[in-house]
Design a binder for this molecule. Structure first.
Ligand SMILES: Cc1cc2nc3c(=O)[nH]c(=O)nc-3n(C[C@H](O)[C@H](O)[C@H](O)COP(=O)(O)OP(=O)(O)OC[C@H]3O[C@@H](n4cnc5c(N)ncnc54)[C@H](O)[C@@H]3O)c2cc1C
Length: 588
């Protein structure tokens, strides 16, 4: 159909993103009879969720007593207290039933001898409020994301979800009152731009780890949804919180799952010392990721790194039972042999802390409703706009995500958003954007086709990644961040002047690279201003010049705005389940 002179298609709900979170929400929505479209720039089964290895947490108690309250406690502590406790409560409480639901959908979980779901140990997961290591992580070997994504895709096919595969969402279409009416999107094969109109738009576009030089993320993780929101002057939350995973493969950054340490692997320095025993005698190599990443970096910085350049540490697995490599870690064994020529059954794997996950993102509540902070400091919901998955900040991970809590976040909060919309969408007011509202959302592509302004996009991307890695990596301090931020501001201005050589309308990878680069630079800028402003160390944000946590000033979410300003939002502690957690936390 044509709407205000633009080609348009109309749905009840558009879900931008075909990863775990998008597919989980879409399934609930389609099942309820709504007309739903999943829009994905890659075929959904190639979404980044497919690469998740280690597993998904739930207090099933398959090895003796386990309780969701203990899982919640671990998540609050792991978040370095920046997580919103109402959302964490929902996630941990609903985890066991969500796993059983996935099992019934057909997810082929690894099993124990007695047929129950196998559960491995993962960092930061404990029993009885920190007393001992828990076995809480359900998995399908070391290919859990692959199994999850395939299961959810099949379930969506069964309920007739519409798929717009290899469609690239450009920008939100927003009317004069700030209500969201859908997105502008390019059908990649033809180059045609279409207005995808919807009563509700759900962003499920994943993370943006490609802002860093070394990362475990796929090339498609370019923070597109976060940038779309940022461009609408909706601030992004806790963007300084990027998780560095302790075991990225040296060189490529490919992830070596925490499941390796869950199965009994450990880290060594160049003296052959198991250094985590000194830093964290209690949880050792299964401490939270931010802790292990900092310890590894400290070993490297203090000259105890391995190899000729002393630039990495070693992950030892050769002492594990040979069956573990076949049954539990087949993918990891293959990755180590293919990419660094190391057989982990015989030799240790060279690893280094590598950017892995974005805790920050689009601020929303646990229904997925996107929030913005008004001038008077009050939260306001953005009509018609929702966010779930890694692009969202609910915040269930606070300043540091626990391993295997992201897949859980996708399915619990994806479903919660689906349920909210299913129950409430009838009461939403229809939004009818004007010609200029729609035109604005189409304008980025037009601008790329202007005569060349001499900006080298490849160089720009390289420089941005280098700045982020060097000035906003594992350790941060005022002077280098200030320098990095100044240069990023220049790159940001340049990114708006990028043009593409090939002006044709058909399939054009140069155009998508340019659109993604502009998105990356917005995400990098939001990260930089938030990191520069937070004057404390908390979770993944480690300031050499402010080494302590400062609860008085900074037990707050940061909101990074596109005009460079920073606002703060209170952390939610409104949970009915406060007493045992509060007592345990006081003792922590
Ligand atoms: C190597 C690796 C291993 C991991 N292992 C685990 C694990 O064991 N357990 C765990 O809990 N977590 C793990 N994680 C984290 C977890 O996998 C991710 O956080 C999660 O899968 C993200 O899911 P998502 O639905 O938010 O987005 P994704 O799966 O990244 O999907 C994003 C979707 O958005 C689409 N999209 C993006 N931009 C656009 C656009 N402009 N237009 C149209 N479509 C767009 C993409 O095509 C894609 O379909 C791992 C992460 C990595 C990197």
């Amino acid at each position: 159909m044509i709407m205000n002179d633009f080609k348009a298609r109309e749905f009840d709900v558009i879900v931008v993103g075909g990863g775990g979170s998008g597919l989980r929400a879409a399934h609930t929505l389609s099942q309820s009879g709504l007309k739903v479209a999943v829009v994905s720039k890659v075929f959904p089964l190639r979404s980044h969720t497919v690469s998740a290895q280690g597993g998904i947490n739930a207090a099933l108690g398959n090895y003796g007593d386990d309780q969701w309250q203990w899982h919640m406690y671990d998540t609050v502590v792991g978040s370095d207290f920046l997580g919103d406790q109402d959302a964490i409560e929902l996630m941990c409480k609903e985890a066991p039933e969500t796993i059983i639901e996935l099992e019934h959908m057909g997810l082929p979980f690894s099993r124990n001898e007695d047929g129950t779901i196998y559960q491995r140990s993962f960092g930061g997961q404990t029993l009885n409020f920190g007393q001992e290591v828990a076995h809480r992580t359900c998995c399908a070997q070391d290919r859990t994301g692959h199994a999850l994504l395939h299961t959810l895709y099949q379930q969506n096919v069964a309920v007739a979800t519409n798929f717009l595969n290899e469609w690239f969402a450009i920008d939100l279409v927003v009317d004069a009152n700030g209500s969201v009416a859908g997105v502008s999107a390019i059908e990649m094969a033809t180059g045609e731009i279409v207005f995808l109109k919807a009563t509700a738009t759900v962003l499920a576009t994943g993370g943006g780890g490609q802002i860093f030089q070394s990362n475990t993320n796929a090339h498609i993780c370019t923070g597109d949804g976060m940038a779309m929101v940022f461009r609408q002057n909706i601030g992004l939350q806790d963007m300084e919180m990027w998780q560095f995973h302790p075991t990225g493969l040296l060189g490529s950054g490919i992830l070596i799952s925490e499941g390796t340490r869950g199965e009994g692997g450990y880290l060594l320095n160049s003296n052959g010392e198991r250094f985590m025993c000194d830093y964290a005698p209690h949880l050792k190599d299964l401490s939270c990721r931010d802790v292990v990443a900092r310890c590894s970096m400290t070993e490297i910085r203090e000259g105890r790194g391995c190899g000729p350049d002393k630039d990495h540490v070693l992950l030892k697995l050769s002492h594990l039972d040979p069956e573990v490599f076949i049954e539990k870690l087949p993918g990891i064994t293959q990755i180590a042999m293919t990419y660094v020529g190391v057989d982990p059954r015989k030799d240790p794997i060279p690893v280094v802390p590598t950017c892995h996950y974005s805790m920050g993102g689009i601020p929303c509540n646990y229904h997925g409703q996107v929030l913005t902070v008004d001038h008077d400091g009050k939260d306001r919901k953005v009509p018609g706009l929702f966010a779930i998955g890694e692009c969202a900040n609910v915040s269930v991970h606070g300043a540091n995500r626990l391993g295997a809590n992201s897949l859980l976040d996708l399915v619990v909060l994806g479903r919660a958003c689906g349920r909210y919309l299913q129950e409430n969408i009838q009461s939403f007011t229809a939004v009818n954007p004007s010609h200029s509202d729609i035109e604005r959302a189409f304008s980025r592509c037009k601008n790329l086709k202007k005569p060349s302004q001499g900006i080298d996009a490849v160089k720009l991307r390289k420089e941005m990644k280098k700045i982020m890695q060097e000035d906003f990596g594992v350790f941060r301090e005022h002077a280098s961040m200030e320098k990095g931020l100044k240069r990023l501001e220049v790159l940001r201005t340049m990114s708006k002047k990028i043009t593409i050589r090939d002006q044709s309308a058909i399939f054009n990878t140069e155009m998508f690279n340019a659109l993604e680069l502009q998105n990356l630079i917005e995400v990098a800028y939001a990260t930089a201003i938030a990191a520069f402003s937070r004057q404390e160390s908390r979770g993944a944000h480690s300031r050499v010049d402010y080494p302590d946590r400062d609860d008085k000033k900074w037990l707050k979410h940061s909101i990074a705005n596109a005009d460079g300003t920073i606002q703060k939002r209170s952390v939610s502690k409104q949970t009915k389940f406060t007493a045992p957690i509060e007592t345990a936390l006081r003792e922590h």
